[in-house]
Design a protein around this ligand. Sequence first.
Ligand SMILES: O=C(O)[C@H](O)[C@@H](O)[C@H](O)[C@H](O)COP(=O)(O)O
Length: 243
Amino acid sequence: MKIEVLPDKSALIERSLHLTVVQMTNAIAERGVCTIALSGGSTPKPLYEAIAAQQLPWDKIHVFWGDERYVPPNDPDSNQLMARKAWLDRVNLPEENIHPIPTDEVEPAVAASKYEQYLQQFFQISSGEFPQFDIILLGMGGDGHTASLFPHTEALQARGLIAVGNKQDEPRITFTAPLINHARCVMFVVAGADKKSALAQVFATDADDFSYPSRLIQPQGELWWLLDRDAGEELQISTAAES
Ligand SMILES: O=C(O)[C@H](O)[C@@H](O)[C@H](O)[C@H](O)COP(=O)(O)O
């Protein structure tokens, strides 16, 4: 695991951009394609805008979402809409390379199952197997949630690829912790003083995983925690954690 505390939000975005572009470029060089899953919320928007300004082989990049609010794709709350406006609509990334989470089923559980099957077909895997995304970008809420894995919800125990998350009574579709943990690279991008107390619990030796679900993210591959000073300045980072 690598933890970096950057001086401010713009330095955080710049560092996140650099590491994301390196991961994308390496994936394409090694396997001819990059699969990236995006986080929602407000933090990553400037990162997506910065990615859009890069010169990348867009036809070799496939974009997914690590979670989605259960709203139509033109809803202001839609993570898909935010990423399209900030990045995807600004570059020649083919529409067939964009793989949004469906939110048009009456039952969110049906949409979750559809996206799980969609991923199995895309990655050509059987039930019970997990795909290895090249990059999964994550944020973290002030309650320690990530993607739509909220504290003390059923989604935290899901063992498949995709689950129905719940933010209070608002349904979400989310990657499961096991799916995230199979990624080659997981990158948290976290900013703001309101994340400080949750971060302290996420990195504490004895906190409860179900109270702070970001603790569940322990990928086999690379794990990056990129923080701005407001979020990370008080974190007692042991030198081992920075290795
Ligand atoms: O759908 C979402 O909202 C995200 O995927 C969610 O997990 C987000 O990353 C955190 O809530 C942090 O959100 P902010 O970046 O807005 O603080």
